[in-house]
Design a protein around this ligand. Structure first.
Ligand code: HEC
Length: 112
């Protein structure tokens, strides 16, 4: 009995301790991307034509050199505060932002 109590106390403690999320989690980033970005930016960053039309912009591929040249801080600001024609996505946690930025780095490509 005491073990059951102890182990549930430990489980609660473990879930309450914030993870030191210094290192980005690519798998978590992929989930954020799929849920929060793909509807506009397409499954692989190619941008949905309907979104580009709706916003009246020619959206770049997220893997394009110009986009990849943005540093993490610029992308973080764009996501949190908005910029260009993009609206801020306020409900993203700091960890979500860090992970999704790491994930879109995997779209990097040489040509536009
Ligand atoms: C409702 C549609 C929408 C959603 C959802 C969305 N974006 Fe965007 N995003 C845009 C638009 C529109 C732009 C601006 C394109 C422009 O002005 O050329 C943009 C711009 C960007 C840029 C800069 C691209 C460039 O050409 O420099 C990045 C990076 C980006 N978004 C990442 C993300 C990420 C990561 C997410 C998910 C967390 C996300 N966006 C969610 C519509 C969206």
């Amino acid at each position: 009995m005491i073990y059951m109590v102890l182990s549930s106390v430990l489980a609660i403690l473990a879930s309450a301790v914030p993870m030191p999320a210094q290192n980005a989690d690519l798998e978590a980033g992929r989930r954020v991307y799929t849920r929060r970005c793909a509807s506009c930016h397409g499954t692989n960053g190619e941008a949905r034509p309907a979104t580009a039309r709706a916003y009246g912009v020619k959206m770049r591929h997220l893997g394009a050199p110009e986009v990849q040249a943005l540093i993490d801080e610029q992308i973080r600001k764009l996501l949190k505060e908005g910029g260009m024609k993009a609206k801020p996505i306020r409900s993203l946690s700091d960890a979500d932002v860090r992970n999704v930025i790491a994930y879109i780095r995997t779209f990097r490509r040489e040509q536009n």
